[in-house]
Write a protein that binds this ligand. Structure first.
Ligand code: GLA
Ligand code: ZN
Length: 664
């Protein structure tokens, strides 16, 4: 596979099929003016290019692709299978989903095919194949975009049958399955594979979020993720028969819960994703999601979508303030993106996205704030031609794992407030605030390149993970973990013999009990020097077995007992944080662990600016962003350097949303 791109792709979703031809000409003029060099086309055109079961009509798409090729665009060509045509659903009702409540859906909306429908598979594959045969040789096709934002779930009979096949393959025998799911509880023992039904609201589901049997519900999530992945692979392989070279992707959604993206990424040539932060999403959380998308393949990624101005589907769709889109785009590139693509290039006339932001507004005018900001960034990105493919070296790895995400949030007790992404983000944010690059890593990744691995809420410890962590620490690594860790195996059955199960030896502690604190209740962390921090959510009652206490609880019947610990293991160190400290308390614990492990922040000066670095061929690209809402001085280390984007001197003050890139 050739490296995906030779220039930063700048453009996005483009739907000329929704417009008369005169508008196309105007689009070309405006795109050129804005520095747009790429367009994602054919995302939702299945009904147009296949008006009936036996008939295809590529005439309009031929013209669109010819026009974009003439203009030397890098075309991102979608396969259109994310929205089914009405005729398909009418003739083959099985392609529609059965939802969590058990209702069979009719024609309507999008992103809602049944992944195990033979009819869907047949027609989706055929369409991808026709497209690849027709356009696969066009050198302007820079990337294939399969389907669109795969997700959701189906509980129909075809899925149920396929689930049983998937289970047979995984477990071999019903005995093994009954054991894994602990079906002796409530007498749910299965004697025939056909007795197993999809775990929705009519079966094991408790509300939308919980389940009576995590064993079956977890397997169903894995199965759904695999089923949709099979759909992706079907189209990918069809494309590959005609086009051996062009990278193939599908657009992911950051920390979207439904799909195990680490598994998906193995099948994708390049990761792409859609970034839609809300008006109040912390910048650190967006940064973490970018790092996760980079981490999926340990490689640069594509930003397939973001809005140039506002959204329509959030509760409050505020405008991006002047400079905010630029700052957000620079942050995206800083964390590893090689493309900046918008949804969408021209704002649509009707249906639910008519108020979704676009490069060209309903006025059609280029004299708009948004168009000018897009044009400015278009010109600036051309000043970073060598950045393509640059890496983001990091000394700290933070775990992210979809099995843990699912299992942790399914679990009933000890508190309803366990949210996986939020917990991971608390750890991530410390490093973000302290200008320390982080890789988001899978639990079965290669840890050897990191000084510190953070494993917050490593609730599920799958086979091999404890051993890999022991090896990492024994050889000198530092592990930081904490409450709700080491509790269950991959089927959500408890690791017996005392918490944190397989991590007990590593941590040098035994957690005897776990207290849950309601909102408003808190405890305190007391450090040996007399300082204190607040803590809450959960409090592990820790017994030391070789570890030393870093802090003790200040309140309740367990006042004076250890709340956070540190344990020498081989040549390395293991920290265990048994409660949720406030921001300062966590900073103190993580800061201590990182410093002792020799982790070096990018800067040794204090600054409220975001600083990130990409590295390629001996050159370092330093991104400095003011996301604070107030003017900020630049750190002294940039004095004398010149901003590649604006040629300003590195001693200037930065206004809110300003961003600079220095090459060192
Ligand atoms: C998603 C979809 C797009 C569009 C945008 C709107 O990311 O992929 O087709 O609907 O949302 O924000
Ligand atoms: Zn189904």
């Amino acid at each position: 596979m050739k490296y995906p791109f030779s220039r930063i792709l700048y453009g996005g979703d483009y739907n000329p099929n929704q417009w008369p031809r005169e508008v196309w000409q105007e689009d070309m003029r405006l795109f050129q003016k804005a520095g747009i060099n790429s367009a994602t086309v054919n995302v939702f055109s299945w009904a147009k290019i296949q008006p009936g079961e036996e008939t295809y009509d590529f005439s309009e798409l031929d013209d669109i692709i010819a026009m974009l090729s003439r203009e030397n665009f890098d075309i991102v060509l979608a396969t259109s299978t994310g929205a089914m045509p009405a005729w398909l659903v009418k003739r083959y009702p099985e392609v529609g989903r059965v939802d969590y409540e058990g209702r069979r859906h009719k024609f309507g909306q999008r992103h809602n095919h049944c992944p195990n429908s033979p009819a869907y598979q047949k027609f989706a594959r055929a369409l991808a194949s026709k497209l690849a045969e027709r356009y696969g040789g066009n050198p302007h096709i820079a990337c294939w975009h399969v389907n669109n934002e795969y997700g959701g779930e189906c509980f129909c009979e075809n899925c149920e049958k396929a689930f049983r096949v998937w289970l047979r393959k995984k477990y071999g025998t019903l005995d093994a399955l009954n054991k894994a799911w602990n079906t002796e509880f409530w007498g749910h023992t299965f004697y025939d594979w056909d007795e197993i039904v999809a775990p929705n609201a009519l079966s094991e589901g408790i509300g939308r979020e919980k389940t009576a049997f995590a064993g079956i519900s977890l397997d169903y999530r894995r199965f759904m993720s695999d089923s949709l992945l099979e759909n992706y692979k079907l189209e990918r392989d069809a494309i590959r028969e005609f086009d051996r070279e062009t990278p193939i992707t599908t657009n992911l959604m950051g920390t979207y819960k439904g799909l195990d993206y680490f598994k998906w990424a193995k099948e994708m040539d390049v990761v792409s994703w859609d970034n839609y932060p809300a008006y109040n999403t912390p910048w650190s959380l967006t940064a973490m999601r970018h790092d996760l998308m980079r981490g999926l393949k340990s490689a640069p990624f594509m930003l397939m979508e973001q809005t140039p101005s506002q959204q329509n589907w959030q509760a409050y769709n505020s405008l991006k303030k002047p400079g905010q889109m630029r700052a957000q785009s620079l942050q995206t590139i800083a964390h590893g993106a090689d493309t900046i693509q918008f949804f969408q290039l021209r704002r649509s006339v009707g249906a639910c996205e008519k108020f979704h932001g676009a490069v060209i507004s309903h006025s059609g005018s280029e004299d708009t704030r948004v168009f000018k900001e897009v044009s400015r960034l278009g010109a600036e990105l051309q000043k970073l031609p060598e950045l393509i493919g640059a890496g983001n070296p990091a000394e700290v790895g933070v775990f992210f794992d979809w099995d843990n995400y699912w299992a942790l949030e399914y679990t009933s007790g000890p508190t309803v407030d366990l949210k996986y992404e939020g917990q991971i983000h608390q750890y991530y944010r410390y490093f973000y605030d302290h200008h320390t690059p982080v890789d988001m890593v899978p639990v079965d990744g290669d840890f050897s390149k990191y000084k510190v691995i953070c494993a917050p809420m490593l609730y599920m410890v799958k086979e091999g993970v404890a051993e890999a962590l022991e090896k990492f620490v024994a050889e000198g690594g530092t592990l930081v973990t904490g409450f709700m860790s080491g509790l269950v195996d991959e089927s959500d059955n408890v690791h017996l013999g005392g918490y944190p199960g397989p991590l007990r030896k590593l941590c040098g502690i035994w957690v005897e009990e776990i207290d849950a604190l309601a909102p408003g209740q808190e405890n305190t962390l007391q450090f040996p020097d007399g300082t204190r921090a607040k803590c809450g959510l959960l409090c592990d009652r820790i017994r030391l077995e070789g570890a030393g206490a870093l802090a003790h609880y200040g309140e309740d019947f367990y006042a004076g007992s250890p709340a956070a610990t540190k344990h020498n293991f081989g040549k390395g160190m293991v920290y265990y944080i048994g409660t949720q400290p406030d921001k300062e308390g966590l900073a103190r614990l993580l800061g201590g662990a990182a410093a002792q492990a020799g982790v070096k922040p990018l800067l040794d000066e204090e600054t409220a600016l975001e600083v990130a670095r990409r590295v390629k061929g001996g050159k370092e690209y330093w991104f400095v962003l003011n996301l604070t809402g107030k003017a900020q001085p630049l750190p002294r280390c940039f004095a004398g350097d010149m901003d590649l984007l604006t040629s300003r001197d590195g001693s200037a003050e930065m206004e809110p949303f300003d961003g600079m890139v220095f090459c060192k």
